[in-house]
Every structure is written in structure tokens, then in C-alpha cells.
Design a protein around this ligand. Sequence first.
Ligand code: NAD
Length: 505
Amino acid sequence: MTPMKTISHWIDGKAHPGDSARVGDVTNPATGLVTGQVAFAGPAEIEAAVASAKKAGLDWAAASVSARTQVVFRFRELLNERKEELAELITAEHGKVRSDALGEVSRGQEVVEFACGIPHLLKGGNSPQVSTGVDVKSIRQPLGVVGIISPFNFPAMVPMWFFPIAIAAGNAVVLKPSEKDPSAANWMAELWKEAGLPDGVFTVLHGDKVAVDGLLDHPDVAAISFVGSTPIAEYVYERASQHGKRVQALGGAKNHMLVLPDADLDLAADAAVSAGYGSAGERCMAISVVVAVGDTGDTLVQKIAERTATLNIGDGAKTGTGSEADMGPLVTQVHRDKVASYVEAGAAEGATLVIDGRDVAADGAADGFWLGPTLFDHVTPEMSVYTDEIFGPVLSVVRADTYQEALDLVNANKYGNGTAIFTSNGGAARAFEQDVQVGMIGVNVPIPVPMAYYSFGGWKASLFGDTHAHGTEGVHFFTRGKVVTTRWPDPATAGGLELAFPKNH
Ligand code: NAD
């Protein structure tokens, strides 16, 4: 039997057990066993974390851009060499299969690579001789201590959307990861230390609402990057804003995939299955609604069902067997039961249950949090499987007579994270790009997660605040601008009083 792990905070460059009065269980979703206990921060740990970050942040902000960049480069190299270790930890606590965990790490690594370009990204503008003897330049400086609060579903990638840029730009980071899969954060903290990051510049504070509220209220935390469900994102945005902080709070999603009658239905069915059931649907960019336009419905549902039947559900940690699982368990028993309750509700509300994931025969321990891929047809907009973010492997097919009806459905939805259109008509795709009220759009691409050098973020109830993650917007979020106007008068012509409002000549 594997020994029980203790997961401590990481403060001042070392493990910090905290007062251990409050802890949370960490489980392996594929076995149902409790594998560790994570410390939950109280006021003393919050204070220690922020104080250490504040102190370390001063020197780090003053370090040369070259020195900071070298540390980020080294972190990238170490991550690249050892990403299998991180993927293993993710699978053990989140449940996603190993290839998916590796994919998550690689997408996070891309942001680290983007942050290696920080010398270029921090370059300001410079306008010489805007007036006689006067030059203007703009510069960007770090904010100080920034808090990152992340969800369970991407324990490595989501923190990496933010911290590489924040650190490269000269900030100190306090990361509050999800209490459900906390080990990835500590692994990354140790990697930063090995990369040469000074102690205190990257801190991990574990816990629940107490830790989150502590960061939202703390006067020495300048900004908050939050990712999680919509109600908490809204709460975080309001509370941190009240304290004058800069906030970006990314929330939940209900992503629609439109399939037009001229689409390649095999391609669309492959995409629906991959994007609906990958990572057991526990992705904010998962497709949860397929809108079959015109007469595509029957064929599409049949093709999706055929492909779904071939999926192998099991323990994602089993690798090298030749029969690796395509999809793992859900993250906790509570979440598994909540998703199962939606399956029950959908059937009761009159949707056609084409595949019932509750019947799954998983290749894993009996006590794992299993729920197989579930497919509903003839879903209508008032049903709870349609209105709610389920965050599980439940795909709903809604039928629409026309493109306009399908577009109106997407635009009427309260969320606006991601969407996709499948079509062979460039004009229809282009109209959709222009008219849909969603932040990230795929054309024949079901999960259009932007590259690190673009920015990630939704519209409407999927984002509170106006700055998206990473890319140029990420650099702007973690820095603030100054404009410097300088006069170095020519000694030969200088002198004289001028009380009028400055004008250029
Ligand atoms: P969650 O909202 O339950 O938790 C997110 C974070 O908030 C965690 O660190 C958690 O400890 C903390 N938290 C939870 N309840 C809190 C409370 N009452 N007060 C203060 N803090 C609290 O989300 P989750 O279940 O971990 O993650 C899944 C959700 O995240 C889904 O809704 C998904 O769509 C969303 N998500 C969104 C994106 C995006 O980019 N928009 C990306 C990934 C996940």
C-alpha cells in the first residue's frame, strides 16, 4: 500500500507544514482511495506567505531582465526534461489519462516559452523630440505580489497560464491551487527552486475559502488571477475589486458546436466525441452541446454513438499496456454523483438517452469514480442538461432547423467561453466568426484553445474583468505602465519662465 502523502504549503522556498489544524483529503479518483492530506491555510499561513512574497518580490523586481529571463529559460528546460513526473502526479490526483496530462503540461510549457521572450514583451515606446528638446518613453513595471487561484481541472496548465509571465515580468506569485489535486503546485515550486528562482518569489498556499478570502482581502496583494466556476469567479471579482485590486476571473462554460448540413459529418462526429468526452468532459473548453442544423441530426447522432462505443474507460495511470484508457474517472465521488444526477434529470425531462454512462464497465478499481460517456438527443433549451454547466462526460444534441436558429441559441446562452462551427462553407464560417458572442471560436476545430502568444478568455458569464490570460493581455495584466516625458535642454538655448499649459513647439 502506498504511504499517505502530506502536502504542505511552500513558503520562502521550502515546505511549510502550517498549523495542521485544518486539512483536506486528497483521493486517487481511479481507486477511490485517500492518498494524501493537504494543509489548509489559516490567517498565520496567509500572512507568512504574503510577507515572504512581498520581501522577495522587491529584489526580484529589481533584478535585471536578463537575470530573470535566464531563470525562466532554466525552468522551461527542467520542465521539458521532467514533464512525465508532473503528468504522473496529475493523473494520480485528477484522474485524467496520462497522454491527456502530458498534453496539459505541454500547453502550459508553451506559456513558459512565451514568457522567455519577456525582454521583447516589456519593450516600451520611445518618441524622440516630441517638442524641442523633449523626449517621451513608456515603460512597464511589475505590480508586486500577485495571487493566482486555480481550479481542479488543469492543476498544471491553468497556473502556467499566469505565473511564467507574472514572474518573468518581475512579480512575486502566491498560488492557491485546488485542494482536490494540490501536488502539481508543489512539484512546480520545487522546479522553480532548482531553476534558480530566489526563495519567496513563487509561493504555494493551500486551502479552501479561507485561503482565497485571505488573498482577496490582503492589502499587499496587488492583483488576482482566478479560474473556476462562474459563481466563485463573480464573487472573487467583486470582493477583490472592492479592495482595489486588479482582477481577471475566468468562469464556467457551456460550449456549443454547430454542425451545418454541408459539414463533413465524420469529421464532426470525431470532433464531438473527442471534445465532449476527453478528460471526462472536465474541461472549460469541452463541447457539451452539439447543435445539429437542418437534417444532420439522425446521421450525426448515429456516428457519435458508434464512435463513443469504441472508447475505453479506465485507470489513466496504466500505460504501456497497449490498451490504455481513452477516458478516466471523474475527480471526486461527489462530482461523479452530481453528474449522474443530471443524467437522471435529462431522461426525466424528456431527452432521448442514447448512451447511459451510468452503465459503464470501467477497466479499474470498483471504488473509482466512474461515469461513462453519456449521449442525449432531442435536448431542448429549458432542460437542466442544457441550462447547467455539468462538467462531465455528458453530450447533448439539440436540433435546429436553420443556421440562424442555431446562432441565436448560442448567443442567448449566459456563457461565452468557446464555440465551434463545422461546415465546408467559408462564408457561413466567416459570418459565424463575426456574429457569435463568444470569446474563442473554432472553425472545424472543436477545442479552439489559443496559442500562448494569443490570449485565452471568454465573454459574458465566462469572464469577469476585461483582461484575458496570457499573450499580450497577460503581459499587460501583470505590469503597469508609466510614461516619462524628459527635457534635456540644449545648454546653448535653455532658460526662461513659462506658466502656460505645456504645448509643443
Ligand atoms: P471552483 O470554482 O469550485 O474552484 C476554483 C477555486 O476556487 C479553487 O481553488 C477553490 O478552492 C476555490 N473556491 C471554491 N469555492 C470557493 C468559495 N466559496 N470561496 C472562495 N474560493 C472558493 O471550480 P472547480 O470545480 O475547481 O473547477 C471547475 C470549474 O472551473 C468549471 O466551472 C470550469 O468551467 C471552470 N474553468 C474555467 C476555465 C476558463 O478558462 N474559463 C478553465 C478551467 C476551469
